[in-house]
Structure formats: structure tokens, C-alpha cells
Write a protein that binds this ligand. Structure first.
Ligand code: AHR
Length: 516
């Protein structure tokens, strides 16, 4: 080997692997104690009739010049397929409790135009209804999670929707579905009874909601092979009463209880903080507040444990993500925000938390898939850009249906700024469905690289191979002018001559590697 090549190789090893530094963080993976399977639904998505999340962002209609398949844009669907979207929740959100499914079936030109009272007061053309939604999830190869209308709907309306979607009989509703172009029943994997019943879904108490839920659930009849798993709409970060009451009252009648938690940099709904151009105090406050997800899961799980110690019920975080002030000049009702490296780090921190609680957390749905809040994709007319959050989802694909493994971190320093203090490194490991061992590492510190010494008892680690996502600035993001400003880069590390392997995790970075 010539001396220049040797020098380059030595530099690479110094950058990404080699012997332990004295102050290294020690990370141990216990492969002998496998934990729960990380349900692929933890990587679920959410698409609401809100802003340009569905209309423009995904649905352009079959006559559009933008290349599409039966109205759904090919570029967006193609990109979403690459992150293996396991399921999509639809049609809301708050919108679900004002949505009447009969408005969205039959010839599109004859469907009624409604007002989207929750989101900007704009016209809702009902162009995307039941058949269009199922076409989308079938194009994606994903499951459908349909959210029923409890707020302004009724047991009858939900019961009829279930019959329309799932009946194989010759009933009038099943025949109407056939007339509208679908012979076989749709596969409704999940169906929720209402959304945020404590707020936009009707301002109810958990006790009142659980009585209504029991009534509605009784009438959600479907042939056994088509019967969806039914979900109860639960609480938020303010209290655990919903998890407590619903796990007691609905134990035998529900697949799981939902839970919503949004990360707001300032912690205040008035003046949430900007999506770009923020200072370090809002980087750390965002990290610190998103890490509270773990405490929320613990408290809600503990409340559920009282009534369901066998953990038959799932805690389903079917709305989560960052929520910033809307971008200047955009409709405030459209919840459009930019998406930066900070969002990717937030996503990865939450994935690591969800993995650690995979015994209870069986589904999560980030809000939302396209153009709304912490989105995967941003579009403008025929243009599309992939966000850092998209890349976090792409890097974590090997964790879908993997078996979680215990990870212990020692000597993990705190990263401190202003009033906040958080652990520098977050990690998660799992045995993938392909048999390989995967490790995810997140460095929350935007200023300092971290040295992580890897230890897997009973296994000699030779190398790590995967990807890293990082950038020079905390708010680096992709734009239509610079669509590749931030994207994953290959990452490798090799054991040193002493057989030990340490990973240099760059500042403000997410790494996912296969361990060999
Ligand atoms: O995701 C935006 C909104 O946030 C949803 O419609 C609602 O459920 C929540 O409050």
C-alpha cells in the first residue's frame, strides 16, 4: 500500500473506530436477554384532511399533469414506499370527528363540498374518501387505520361504515361498495372510536367516553376475518386518568388505548418556537421535552398495569412529533413547518424510547406524513423534497419487527445548556428480522463528538456498517433549491488491533449500523 493510501486509512479508522479512549462512554448490549418485538406499526404514519397534507401533497387527482396513479402522486408514493410505511391513520385527527363517510363515496363530481372547520375553514371537496384512501394504502403496501367519528357521528354511522368496508354479503351497503368499484371487502386493520375525546372530539370525561365507546363497539360488527382491531381514544400528557379509566372499563373490548404528545420547544402553545434559525437553548429544550415521552409512557403504562398487568392492551401513541410556529406567510390553519436535523434527532430519540417500551407501545403515528407538522415530505406543486425526519425513518427500517435487546450505557455524560440537562447519548439495539444485530446511536450534543466503546458479551465485534445523519448547523434542512443539503452518509467503524471497537459519534448525529 502506498504511504498516502495508508495515511488516509489511518485517518478513517481514527474517525470512526479503534481503541477505547480513557473517557469513553461504555455501551453494553445483552444479546442473551431478548425483549419484546418492536411492532412495525411503531413506524406508522398519520394523514389528516389538513392543509396540503392530502390535497396537493399526495392527492392531485387522476387528471393532473403531475405523474400519478389514480390520483395519488407517484413521486410521493414511491418515496414513502422506500421507508416501508407499515400503516396510515386517516382521516383525522380533529377532522375525523366531523367527517361523514357517505360524503366521500360515489362519483367524485357529485360529492358534497363541506367546510373544514378545524383547519383553516377551507373547502373540503371530499375527493379523497374511503375508496381513494384504500387505494393509497394498497399502493404503499401498508395497513389502514381508519378513525371513526364519535363527536358528530353516531353508533349507526360507524356501524354502517364498517359494514360498507368489510361486508362480503349482498347487503345494500356491501352492494353500494361494489357499485362504487370495489368487489372484495377492504382490509381495515384498525378502527378508532373518535379522537381526542377530551378536546376537539367532544370535551368528554374518560368515564363518559368509555360508556359511549362500549355502546359503539357493540355495533362494529364485521365478518371475523375482516374485523378490525378497535382502538379507544385516550389521553394526553396532562394526566393519566384516561389510561387508568379506559384500561379498567374497556379491557375486554379494545386492542389498545391511544395517547398523544407533541414536542413544543418553548413548552407554550402561544409562541411555540421557530422551526429554523433557533438558538442552542431551543435545541436543548426541544430534546429535553421530547425525552419526556419516556416518562409519559411509563406513567400511562403503570396506570394500565393496575388493570391489565398481562399487558394485553397496547398503548398507541397515535399522534406525536414536533409542533412549531407555522412558517411565515402560510395559512396558520395548515400547520406547515420546516423540518431540520433537529427533527431527525427528535425522531430517533423517540424511536429509541418506543423500542425500550415495545412490550406496551405497539403502534405510533407521527404527525403527519406530508406537509403538516413533522412531515416526511414537503411538496410545492410538482416538486418534492425529503426531510431529515424521512431519513431517520429510512435508517431505522431494520428495527421494524426486530427483537429489542437491553442496552446499558455507563459513563454517559450530561449535555447541559441553560436550564436543561439531558444525557448525551441515546442508544437502542435489536436483532433484526433478517437475523443481524442492529445498533442505533444518537448524540444530542450539538457541540461535541462522543466516543462510545462497544461491548457485547460473548461476541467479538469486528466492524459496524451503516449510515450517519448529521450536518454542520442545527437547523440544516433540505429545500427545493438544495434538496440534498442533509441526507445519510455511509458510516463504518472497525475494531482496533486489541479487538476492541469504539465509535466516534459526531455531534448532533443519528447513526444506525449493523454489527458484524
Ligand atoms: O395533528 C394535528 C392535530 O393535533 C390533530 O388533528 C389533533 O388530533 C391534535 O390535536
Amino acid at each position: 500500500m502506498n504511504p498516502i493510501k495508508r495515511g488516509v486509512l489511518a485517518l478513517c479508522l481514527l474517525a470512526s473506530g479503534g481503541a477505547f479512549a480513557a473517557d469513553a462512554i461504555s455501551l453494553t448490549i445483552d444479546t442473551a436477554k431478548p425483549g419484546a418485538v418492536i411492532n412495525k406499526d411503531i413506524y406508522g404514519q398519520f394523514a389528516e384532511h389538513l392543509g396540503t397534507g392530502i390535497y396537493e401533497g399526495m392527492w392531485v387527482g387522476p387528471k393532473s399533469k403531475i405523474p400519478n396513479t389514480r390520483g395519488w402522486r407517484n413521486d410521493v408514493v414511491g418515496a414513502l414506499k422506500d421507508i416501508h410505511v407499515p400503516l396510515v391513520r386517516w382521516p383525522g385527527g380533529c377532522f375525523a370527528d366531523e367527517y361523514h363517510w357517505k360524503d366521500g363515496v360515489g362519483p367524485r363530481e357529485k360529492r358534497p363540498v363541506k367546510v373544514n372547520t378545524n383547519w383553516g375553514g377551507v373547502d373540503e371537496p371530499n375527493a379523497v374518501g374511503t375508496h381513494e384512501f384504500f387505494d393509497l394504502v394498497e399502493q404503499l403496501g401498508a395497513d389502514a387505520y381508519v378513525n371513526g367519528n364519535l363527536g358528530t357521528g353516531s353508533a349507526q354511522e360507524m356501524s354502517e361504515w364498517i359494514e360498507y368496508m368489510t361486508s362480503d354479503s349482498k347487503s345494500t351497503l356491501a352492494n353500494l361498495r361494489r357499485k362504487n368499484g370495489r368487489d372484495k371487502p377492504f382490509k381495515v386493520a384498525y378502527f378508532a372510536v373518535g379522537n381526542e375525546a377530551w378536546g376537539c372530539g367532544g370535551n368528554m370525561s374518560p368515564q363518559y367516553y368509555s360508556d359511549l365507546y362500549r355502546q359503539v363497539e357493540t355495533f362494529l360488527r364485521a365478518p371475523k376475518q375482516y374485523r378490525p382491531k378497535i382502538i379507544a381514544s385516550g389521553g394526553n400528557d396532562n394526566d393519566v386518568a384516561w389510561s387508568e379509566v379506559l384500561s379498567k372499563e374497556l379491557k375486554k373490548q379494545t386492542y389498545g388505548i391511544s395517547f398523544h404528545y407533541y414536542t413544543i420547544p418553548t413548552g407554550k402553545w402561544e409562541g411555540k418556537g421557530a422551526s429554523t434559525g433557533f438558538a442552542e437553548n431551543e435545541w436543548i429544550s426541544t430534546m429535553a421535552r421530547t425525552l419526556r415521552m419516556e416518562d409519559h409512557i411509563r406513567r400511562n403504562s403503570a396506570a394500565m398495569d393496575k388493570n391489565d398487568p398481562e399487558k394485553k392492551l397496547g398503548l398507541l401513541v397515535d399522534e406525536w412529533g414536533t409542533w412549531y410556529d407555522v412558517e411565515k406567510g402560510t395559512n396558520p390553519g395548515f400547520l406547515f413547518q420546516q423540518n431540520t436535523l433537529r427533527d431527525a434527532v427528535v425522531a430517533a430519540l423517540n424511536f429509541n424510547i418506543f423500542h425500550a417500551h415495545a412490550d406496551r407501545v405497539r403502534m405510533t403515528n407521527i404527525a403527519q406524513m406530508v406537509n403538516v407538522l413533522q412531515s416526511m415530505i414537503i411538496t410545492d406543486k410538482d416538486k418534492m423534497v425529503l426531510t431529515p425526519t424521512y431519513y431517520a425513518y429510512q435508517m431505522y427500517v431494520p428495527f421494524q419487527n426486530a427483537t429489542s435487546l437491553p442496552v446499558t450505557l455507563q459513563n454517559n455524560p450530561d449535555y447541559t445548556a441553560g436550564e436543561f440537562k439531558i444525557p448525551e447519548i441515546s442508544a437502542s439495539a435489536a436483532r433484526g428480522a433478517d437475523g443481524k444485530l442492529y445498533l442505533a446511536l444518537v448524540n444530542t450534543n450539538p457541540n461535541k463528538e462522543a466516543d462510545v466503546a462497544l461491548n457485547i458479551p460473548g461476541q467479538t465485534v469486528r466492524s459496524l456498517k451503516g449510515n450517519v445523519l448529521t450536518a454542520a448547523a442545527m437547523d440544516t434542512h433540505n429545500t427545493f433549491q438544495a434538496p440534498n443539503a442533509i441526507k445519510p452518509a455511509p458510516f463504518t467503524a472497525a475494531a482496533g488491533a486489541d479487538g476492541k471497537l469504539s465509535v466516534k459519534v459526531p455531534a448532533k448525529a443519528v447513526i444506525v449500523v449493523a454489527v458484524e
